[in-house]
Design a protein around this ligand. Structure first.
Ligand SMILES: [Cu+2]
Length: 293
């Protein structure tokens, strides 16, 4: 009762049993698997507690005589074996069914994001329509690790997504194993070097809001810095944001090309300027240096 009163929780917070509010169709599935597992656990628990209480209340020691024993009683022994197998089979069925659903990437996606997890931040590359890896990067959102390791949301990278859409994630890591976790997705997947892990989500309508994202695999000394923001925007707002990003990326590219052309004319300059790695590469280099330290 105290728990109920203290949380003062709205609507379904209690029935979610600690899971965050789901924002994707997949997260809803995870939530119902979670709830179903608890129903099964409670059913077993209530039966076992009930037997305990019944035994304690009604079968107290009354005399020195041994009560009737049920060891080697075949029907009861068979029940002890069959019942757990039935329970496990039912749990296994739903788990296998939902796992297949969660890992399904067949549906054509609206947005393709390549997630690069590195020690100790994130890079989100928005890819063109090609589903396979190797599609062209349209624009990127690059994070820099917080210098003092504190959780300062303003310096963390932001993954921007449109609501009411199918989003495909390709997960890559250049260094060690990380884990891409957005709690509101009810799901996380390891980011493994040399492996193409992928999953996709169907973001629900009316989910425009900000959420948190984390690395869920202890990946090194500054693992705690690997936080990111997730911003789900209404579709129109996302389109505007995406167009802006693409424009900015095109301008950057044009400026880079112009600089390269200038350098091409004067080889002496080329060496001088090439040394200070700027932009994305700069960040990557920093991360590697820290790693070496
Ligand atoms: Cu990590």
């Amino acid at each position: 009762m105290l728990g109920l009163a203290a949380t003062g929780c709205a609507s379904n917070e209690l029935t979610r049993l600690g899971m965050p509010e789901p924002i994707t169709e997949q997260a809803e599935r995870v939530l119902s698997l979670w709830q179903g597992s608890w129903v099964a656990a409670f059913a077993v628990g209530i039966l076992v507690w009930g037997l305990f209480i019944w035994t304690i209340l009604f079968h107290r020691k009354r005399s020195e005589q041994l009560p009737p024993q049920v060891r080697y009683n075949m029907p009861i022994e068979a029940l002890y074996t069959v019942l757990p197998i039935v329970i496990i089979s039912v749990l296994f069925f739903f788990t296998a069914r939902d796992q297949a659903y969660l890992l399904d990437t067949e549906e054509p996606a609206d947005i393709h994001v390549e997630v690069v997890a590195f020690q100790w931040a994130w890079q989100f590359n928005y890819m063109d329509d090609t589903k396979e890896n190797g599609g062209e990067v349209l624009y990127s959102e690059v994070g820099t690790p917080n210098p003092d390791g504190t959780a300062d949301r303003s310096t963390q990278p932001t993954l921007v997504l449109p609501e009411n859409s199918v989003v495909h994630f390709d997960l890559h890591s250049p260094d060690v194993i990380h884990s891409f976790w957005i709690p509101a997705f009810g799901f996380k997947m390891d980011v493994v070097p040399g492996r193409d892990n992928a999953f996709q989500v169907n973001l629900n309508e009316g989910t425009a809001d900000t959420y948190v994202g984390r690395c869920a695999e202890l990946c090194g000394v500054d693992h705690t810095r690997m936080l990111f923001n997730v911003e789900v925007l209404p579709e129109a707002e996302f389109e505007a944001w995406a167009a802006e990003q693409e424009q900015a990326a095109a301008e950057d590219q044009a400026a880079e090309d112009a600089a390269a052309e200038e350098l091409g004319e004067d080889t002496d300059d080329a060496e001088g300027t090439g040394a200070d790695g700027t932009g994305d590469q700069g960040t990557g280099a920093e991360a590697t240096e820290e790693n070496d330290d």
